[in-house]
Design a protein around this ligand. Structure first.
Ligand SMILES: [Fe+2]
Ligand SMILES: [Fe+2]
Length: 317
């Protein structure tokens, strides 16, 4: 169980956003501009894109590798731009306006307001960088459809009754905001990547470390306020939320591959060999380590059905 409860069981919230005015990117950061010579650099870490190493793509040469990494970055930026506004900020807004249906410390409501501003800015600078890269490289982004992602997320919660849907939306935000994504973690340190991309992702990671602390506290406040029945409905959908939040966007990757001189069966082969499920779920388990720990300390795995769903998913072994 969470330990930071006062004598009368009231949650003692410790804000990580009290110095927001001097530390948040939107208050103290600078606009990142693409200014260096980029011929030697790549736009996304090859180590984070398994298809790059596939022999059928290596055969296509360096130019194909370079453009594939640009397409990967575009997808990441477009996803971020939409996700921040259409998912995280819907939750942040409900919390900030006291409409979460939960009893929360007032400081938490104000912190959610700050997060709302952060996420809007993350969305803005994601698009800013995408536009700059398109202008510098001449490579046009492929059509991106965030609706496909929302459909997959809604499918993961189709068993949730309508009265619990808003709560399931907040849980999805908690999941996403407490995952430690390898993109945020590794790209800032990867010297092969162009500096503006590394700096922008480092800016984002700085803000997200504070959001991580907020949403961990938010989970600690939210979960004990649910009834046993609500917990037994919502707990078992959480492994599916983690998987939907993190698994590769297979359809978008296939659309990218269709831009190259590859036969349909070669594309299928690249996909199957680059994303074997045991490797994918291994990676997801690591990325979700802090989230799983947060769930454990809130007693989620004491519910047999929740535990069973997590074990079946492969997120707990
Ligand atoms: Fe963000
Ligand atoms: Fe965030």
């Amino acid at each position: 169980m969470p330990t930071n409860r006062g004598e009368r069981g009231h949650y003692e919230y410790k804000s990580r956003l009290s110095d927001w005015d001097s530390r948040a990117g939107v208050r103290a950061g600078v606009r990142r501009l693409l200014e260096e010579e980029t011929a030697e650099k790549v736009y996304f870490s090859p180590a984070l894109d398994p298809i790059i190493r596939h022999p059928l793509l290596v055969r296509l040469g360096k130019e194909a590798e370079r453009s594939l990494l640009i397409y990967h970055l575009y997808s990441y930026l477009e996803f971020t731009a939409s996700f921040e506004i259409e998912v995280v900020n819907r939750g942040a807004q409900r919390i900030a306006f006291g409409k979460s249906g939960l009893d929360l410390p007032s400081e938490m409501l104000f912190d959610a307001y700050k997060i709302y501003c952060d996420e809007a800015y993350h969305s803005l600078y994601s698009i800013d960088l995408k536009v700059q890269i398109e202008a510098a490289t001449g490579i046009k982004p492929l059509p991106y459809n965030f609706g496909d992602f929302l459909r997959r997320f809604n499918k993961a919660r189709e068993a949730v009754p309508p009265n619990l849907r808003p709560l399931s939306g907040l849980l999805f935000v908690i999941v996403f905001e407490t995952l430690i994504s390898s993109t945020l973690n590794k790209i800032p340190k990867d010297e092969q990547v162009v500096l503006a991309v590394r700096k922008m992702i480092a800016d984002h990671a700085n803000d997200e470390a504070r959001h991580h602390a907020f949403f961990s506290s938010f989970m600690d406040v939210l979960w004990p306020q649910l009834s046993k029945r609500q917990k037994s409905i919502l707990g078992p959908i959480l492994p599916h939320f983690i998987i939907k939040a993190l698994e590769p966007d297979y359809e978008a990757i296939k659309r990218r591959l269709k831009m190259y001189d590859l036969r349909p069966e070669e594309i299928d082969q690249i996909m199957a060999e680059s994303y074997p499920w045991p490797e994918v779920i291994d990676g997801l388990r690591k990325t979700a380590g802090a989230t799983l720990q947060l769930f454990r300390r809130n007693g989620l795995f004491e519910d047999p059905q929740t535990l069973e769903e997590f074990q079946k998913s492969g997120l707990i072994i």
